[in-house]
Design a protein. Structure first.
Length: 464
């Protein structure tokens, strides 16, 4: 056919002759990215958070060395087949510059091992992390005395968390993490005790957070309850541009109060939350999640592992847009979450911004932040910009008819905390500023009422 012909229009005409069943151009169809990891079909949570649609937006060969996740936990079996290639390699100790870790069980490449603190950070041969544990009462065979460059442990917890945070995707092995191909910095702050339980040492966790911040981690996963000792370095990390994510529990702890922290609760396949409370910022799948363990793979449940999934999504966001700072990352996670507090199983349950959605996060799609309420004709809230905001935003709305209008701001407990507008307004478009300077950082509901009836609501994320 001649160049420049309208091929779709020609196909329509040809089909209209009845000589063929259908006619269409030879379209080039985009492929849906599905990793070849053999266990990915058992990872129900990936579909729940629209991971496959998110991965369709990745480059052809995704590699994200700048998305560094520090996993502060009870050690990690870093030789695991799904974790070894994901290790962050300390450039100051990588003398041959190959960015690789030897597959043997000794940290570092043979060409890099020299027993020296080459980068002058106070840690000898810290090729990819550090063991900060020094204590007593370890389980038989557990290393609790040597603070060194080998952050392994008999406890499976850190390895389980690491798999959900950063297991390599599309490598023909095991599972896939949301982050696809981020980097993991294992920092051991806990151990398996002689009573059979795993514990985090607060002072060791604090040291690990400071180390992660100084070594350039952009994300720190803290899948444990917190103390004041840990809260201080977590706040310092935020002030240095790092985003920390923390496993929420049934009670508020000191780490929930750290500036900028994202406290995460676990949800089931039905989006039912395990823990609820006004200290919770976000939810993520956390039940029956298949992940790495010290000797293979196993399903696991808990907010520790929901936190790892949220951290993994943050790494994917950072990989796709390295210009995002910690404020932007936090705001994107919250603003693009799927609301779940209106589910029957979550009645009276504060679940923060909702359950993470990977596709919406990558697309910066806050379209679902409009809460479903009965509309009053064409009256509606139209725009809140910017969102997230700090502390000023502009609100626009449309009134189908004149009426007594109230614009209310509620916190997640349903309490009215501000009333930017109350009065008689004419029909048409209206816009006004909203100053959140007197409110604490967090998630709020902006509610429009006309003549005492609810018309529309939007979520608003205030950052400070």
């Amino acid at each position: 056919m001649d160049e420049g012909r309208d091929i779709p229009a020609l196909a329509v005409r040809f089909e209209a002759t009845g000589l063929v069943e259908y006619a269409e151009p030879d379209w080039l169809l985009p492929l849906c990215r599905t990793p070849d990891d053999p266990l990915v079909e058992q990872q129900w949570a990936l579909s729940r958070v629209e991971a496959f649609a998110a991965w369709d937006q990745l480059p052809l060969e995704p590699d994200f060395p700048q998305a560094i996740i520090a996993v502060v936990d009870a050690g990690m079996t870093w030789t695991h087949e799904d974790l070894l290639q994901q290790l962050w390699i300390n450039p100051g100790e990588d003398l041959d510059g190959d960015g690789a870790q030897s597959p043997d069980e000794i940290p570092g490449d043979p060409d890099d091992r020299n027993g020296l603190d080459d980068d002058g950070n106070g840690f000898v041969d810290d090729f990819f992390g550090w063991d900060f544990v020094h204590t007593t009462n370890g389980a038989p065979g557990e290393d609790v005395l040597n603070q060194d460059n080998n952050p392994v442990s008999l406890s499976p917890h850190g390895t389980q968390v690491a798999g959900l945070a950063g297991a390599r995707a599309d490598n023909g092995r095991g599972i896939a993490s949301l982050a696809w191909n981020a980097r993991l910095m294992p920092l051991r702050a806990g151990y398996l005790a002689d009573d059979g339980n795993s514990y985090i040492i607060s002072t060791a966790a604090a040291q690990a957070i400071y180390y992660a911040t100084l070594q350039g981690a952009r994300l720190i996963n803290l899948s444990f309850s917190g103390s004041g000792t840990v809260r201080t370095p977590a706040t310092a990390a935020w002030n240095s541009g790092v985003l920390c994510l923390h496993a929420a529990s049934d009670m508020q702890d000191q780490l929930d109060l750290a500036t900028g922290i994202v406290s995460v609760t676990a949800t089931s396949a039905q989006d039912c939350a395990f823990y609820c409370g006004d200290w919770i910022d976000l939810a993520a799948p956390g039940f029956d999640l298949l992940t790495t363990t010290n000797s293979g793979y196993e399903p696991i449940s808990g907010s520790s592992f929901a936190t790892a999934m949220a951290t993994s999504l943050a790494a994917l966001l950072l990989a796709m847009d390295p210009t995002l700072d910690n404020v932007g990352l936090r705001g994107r996670l919250l603003a693009t979450a799927d609301p779940i507090d209106d589910l029957t199983c979550n009645a009276g349950c504060a679940t923060g911004a909702g359950r993470i959605n990977a596709r919406r996060a990558l697309q910066n799609d806050t379209g679902l932040d409009r809460v479903s309420v009965q509309r009053q004709g064409g009256s509606r809230l139209d725009h809140l910009w910017p969102n997230p905001f700090n502390p000023m935003a502009r609100v626009s709305f449309h009134l189908e008819r004149a009426g007594q209008v109230r614009l209310l701001v509620h916190d997640l407990l349903g309490r009215e905390v501000a009333r930017p507008l109350a009065g008689l307004l004419a029909p048409g478009w209206h816009e006004l500023p909203f100053d959140g300077g007197a409110l604490a950082a967090g998630l709020y509901l902006l509610r429009l009422e006309v003549d005492g009836q609810p018309v529309d609501q939007r979520k608003a994320v205030l950052l400070k």
